[in-house]
Design a protein around this ligand. Structure first.
Ligand SMILES: NC(=O)c1ccc[n+]([C@@H]2O[C@H](COP(=O)([O-])OP(=O)(O)OC[C@H]3O[C@@H](n4cnc5c(N)ncnc54)[C@H](O)[C@@H]3O)[C@@H](O)[C@H]2O)c1
Length: 343
């Protein structure tokens, strides 16, 4: 069987997670990488034994590709995805789908019209603790979630921002701590509750970064139609990347997720615990942050399994779109200083 011809666009921090996953996948062949910094594209291509491009449109014109991975600054996710999809290519993009909800919705609409596969990376949904919690919610063991809270307190210094030509800006990153760091945890929170949103009431502010224009702090409430109230708080001026925390107070028990570990204490006395298995490893190469874990490879394998064998993606793009809508409404609430109602 001919292999799926893949190119990765954007050769920065997250690139190795995609490159090694594509290299190791039995269905795929990495034919090219693309970065507008020529030395980056060239170095990665040499390392991986594939072609280098600096212009993604030239890449699309010249290579007979089947699929692309988007590892680009946020503002480029929508245009690159739509261009590729219109050429009939399958697209797997890094989070967030886009900067704007409307662009994200358009990306999905075009993929549906073209009958191409489209996925958005939210690798933390594969964490063992997350899977345990979701299973006990889905099978009814925990009953309804009455309230929830989430906390993400990480460290993104001025130096971190000064090294990037797009992070910390509204037009290129689309926001700060919310759309970049806390989005994973907010996605989990929304997925756990798994209900339509009634309203969002939130604040955003910049409190400890002088060089960036976007928010480094946000807090608020997501009220779901079923009545569940989910509170969140996030900052990226803490001293280190503290383990993220989610707590769910449910009809039949209490759930605590700290980092990758999930603990479920049922009111009948039973306790369930799940954590990532430290012996489960995948080498993405040198300089890759350990907390990015083995879950990129799992999501990428799922994308290609579905492409070859059929079925549904474990993380459907509609799910990513719902999270995008939630993030968008948090920004709107924060900027307009008012409650945002969902219809
Ligand atoms: N899933 C995760 O946990 C996770 C972690 C880190 C980053 N990310 C996401 O990955 C994406 C990339 O983030 P990053 O940290 O790797 O950024 P980065 O800045 O390190 O890399 C982006 C790369 O894109 C290149 N680029 C910019 N404009 C281009 C263009 N027009 N054509 C071709 N190349 C271009 C840049 O030169 C750079 O090498 C973002 O969406 C980010 O949110 C996800």
């Amino acid at each position: 069987m001919a292999k799926i011809k893949v190119a990765i666009i954007g050769c920065g921090n997250i690139f190795p997670m995609h490159a090694q996953s594509v290299k190791e996948n039995k269905y795929t062949e990495l034919v090219a990488v693309c970065d507008n910094k020529p030395e980056r594209a060239k170095a990665r291509a040499e390392e991986l034994g594939c072609k280098a491009y600096t212009d993604y449109q030239q890449l699309f014109d010249e290579e007979a590709l089947d699929a692309i991975h988007i590892c680009l600054p946020h503002y480029l996710h929508a245009p690159v995805s739509i261009d590729a999809t219109k050429r009939g290519l399958h697209v797997l993009t890094e989070k967030p789908m886009a900067i704007d909800y409307e662009d994200a919705a358009h990306m999905l609409k075009v993929a549906k019209e073209m009958h191409t596969h489209f996925g958005v990376i939210f690798q933390n949904r594969y964490n063992a603790g997350v899977q345990l919690i979701k299973r006990l919610l889905t099978d009814g063991t925990l009953g309804k979630i009455t309230s929830a809270k989430a906390s993400v307190t990480w460290d993104r210094s001025d130096e971190y921002y000064s090294k990037s030509d797009w992070k910390g800006t509204w037009d290129k990153e689309g926001g700060g701590v919310l759309i970049d760091q806390a989005i994973h945890t907010l996605d989990l929170l929304r997925w756990f509750v798994d209900d339509d949103i009634d309203y969002i009431d939130a604040t955003i502010s910049n409190r400890a970064h002088e060089q960036i224009e976007v928010e480094d702090a946000a807090e608020g409430v997501v009220k779901f139609k079923s009545g569940t109230v989910a509170a969140f708080h996030t900052i990226n001026y803490y001293g280190y990347d503290a383990p993220v925390e989610i707590e769910l107070y449910c009809e039949h028990g209490r759930v605590k997720m700290v980092g990758d570990k999930g603990t479920v204490d049922l009111f009948d006395g039973r306790t369930f615990i799940a954590d990532n298995d430290p012996s489960e490893t995948f080498s993405y190469g040198e300089g890759v942050k350990s907390y990015w874990g083995v879950n990129h490879v799992k999501q990428i394998n799922n994308f290609y399994d579905v492409l070859i064998n059929g079925g549904e993606l474990f993380i459907k793009p509609e799910e990513a779109l719902k999270t995008q809508k939630m993030i968008h409404a948090i920004y709107q609430s924060g900027k307009e200083k008012q409650r945002i109602w969902f219809s």
